[in-house]
Design a protein around this ligand. Structure first.
Ligand code: ADP
Length: 505
């Protein structure tokens, strides 16, 4: 199992890492820039020393060679002020070095030393800050300078030194060298102190960011925790729970979406439970009737047996009809078989009329027939339309007129069946579209009460609705209104349909 790191910790870690990188980066850049300035200042100081050496040499008759061509890494070219590489006559290197040591002061945080013939001969009069009398250091400087003026870096006892080396050549052939060096360490000490303070402040800032970040991340994530807790509480038995929506941001959007999802689940779950209850109720009656008759049957009386047999078969027929209807309703409500394609509505209307007119009873008439196409599932629309025709034949009297027709206008396809039957009372006009709902029990004809529920489900699968105009004693007109263009089944359409059903309940 992968390591479980809470989101809060992850957010905080990301914030801290970014902040730390920022703080360290800012400190590092500031330190580097300041250090570069200090080093430039040191080099500048060494150049001034060189100028002093030159002017002193001028007065004392010493000439120094031309600037070196950077022999070591980090060496800076020395300005052209060192005029010529030609050695000049001078009595004695010792004299020259002595003179220089006297005239050129030892730099602050550094020191000077005079060499004659490669050997240390003179140290500054008063003790310098850094003692340059170190064999390894002097050897390194001599090697790097190799007879030229040089400003470069070398190590003395493990500490970096920036030095100026000025070789002197005297006529006797003696070689002398004047070295002045400055330790950047001392100059950088102040800067290091500032950086230390900065490091403490930065650490404090990190701690503050951690505290504030922890608190803010916790607050921001609290709806998620609440979401999880509520989701855990919701079970099939407690689908009416909803997560409280707080604020107006993407988390509240998420909460609303999840609430809507729970609502849909609740609807689907309740719908299933209702169907189950309805079915149990509807099947209980025929089963009781069958059982009652079978119990009372007089096996010795052939007439009674025959009568009961007919009755039982009739009830069983009714039950299988009911089961077939329930299956049809389930199919229509799931609408998995919904495949709309553009259909010629004129032809479809005539086809439905041709199929309906064989139903015995009414005087079938063909009403308006439009020309044009609409995107429908032909099989489903025909099924719904014929169901309405079947109802008209069932409920309107023998020989009364039933008109089947359709119109296409304003992007809406309207398919209607109008009869001159008994009509439907006002209070029943909504209810009859529900499962197992009938206007009045035992009104002549038998039926499951599922027909109109199936019609409504099929029309809703098309994104349409069913309208009823009726007047008691005059007749009824059922009209299915369907958008002419294709309607894609979306969650919103489903939700809208569910809301409609909910309101109707
Ligand atoms: P069923 O016809 O199986 O009872 P339906 O859902 O098709 O179930 O119809 C529900 C009820 O609506 C019917 O019982 C009937 O009372 C009423 N009804 C349906 N169509 C008509 C109609 N054309 N004229 C009068 N009443 C109707």
């Amino acid at each position: 199992m992968p390591l479980r790191i809470p989101v809060r910790v992850r957010i905080l870690t990301a914030i801290l890492v970014v902040t730390a990188i920022g703080l360290v980066g800012a400190g590092g850049v500031a330190y580097a820039l300041q250090k570069a300035r200090v080093m430039t200042a040191i080099d500048e100081e060494l150049r001034q020393e060189l100028a002093q050496v030159e002017s002193s040499a001028g007065t004392s008759g010493v000439r120094s060679p031309a600037p070196a061509v950077t022999p070591t890494a980090g060496a800076t070219p020395v300005p052209e002020s060192a005029e010529s590489s030609e050695p000049i006559a001078f009595a004695d290197a010792d004299d020259a070095i002595y003179e220089l040591m006297r005239l050129v002061p030892s730099p602050i945080g550094g020191g000077t030393i005079g060499l004659v013939g490669g050997e240390p001969r003179y140290l500054p009069g008063e003790a310098a800050d850094v003692d340059l009398h170190d064999a390894a250091f002097l050897a390194e400087v001599e090697l790097a300078s190799s007879g030229r003026i040089l400003i470069a870096s070398a190590e003395l006892n493990g500490r970096e030194l920036r030095y100026l080396a000025v070789p002197l050549i005297v006529s006797a052939g003696d070689e002398g060298m004047f070295i002045s060096a400055i330790s950047p360490d001392q100059r950088l000490a102040d800067l290091r102190a500032v950086i230390a303070v900065y490091a403490w402040v930065a650490a404090g800032v990190l701690v503050l960011v951690a505290l504030v970040g922890w608190f803010v991340a916790g607050r921001l994530l609290s709806p998620v925790r609440e979401l999880r807790r509520t989701a855990a509480r919701i079970t099939a038995g407690a689908l009416d729970e909803r997560i409280p929506v707080a604020g107006n941001d993407d988390l509240s959007d998420l909460t609303e979406t999840i609430n809507a999802m729970i609502a849909r689940l609740e609807d689907a779950f309740l719908g299933q439970r209702r169907i189950l209850n309805d079915v149990r109720h509807e099947l209980a009656t025929p089963v009781t009737i069958v059982r009652g008759h079978l119990e009372l049957i007089d096996a010795a009386d052939p007439a009674d047996v025959e009568q009961t047999r007919a009755l039982v078969l009739d009830e069983l027929d009714r039950m299988s009809g009911l089961i077939a209807q329930i299956a049809r309703l389930a199919d229509a409500e799931r609408a998995t078989e919904h495949h709309p394609v553009p259909e010629d509505i004129g032809a479809l209307t005539r086809e439905v009329f041709a199929k309906a007119r064989v139903i015995p009873g009414p005087d079938w008439r063909l009403g308006t027939v439009p020309s044009g196409e609409a995107t429908v599932d032909q099989a489903q629309l025909t099924q719904a339309w014929l169901q309405l025709a079947d109802n008209a034949a069932k409920y309107a009297g023998e020989g009364t007129r039933v008109v089947i027709g359709s119109t296409l206008s304003g992007g809406v396809l309207s398919c209607s069946v109008a009869d001159e039957g008994p009509g439907i009372p006002e209070e029943a006009r909504e209810r009859i579209f529900e499962r197992f709902a009938r206007v009045a029990d035992g009104r002549g004809t038998t039926g499951s009460g599922l027909g109109l529920a199936i019609v409504r489900a099929l029309v809703q699968a098309h994104g349409g609705r069913i309208d009823l105009d009726s007047e008691v004693g005059v007749g009824s007109r059922f009209t299915m209104r369907i958008p002419q263009g294709q309607v894609l089944r979306t969650d919103e359409n489903d939700a809208a349909a569910q809301n409609e059903q909910k309101e109707e309940r």
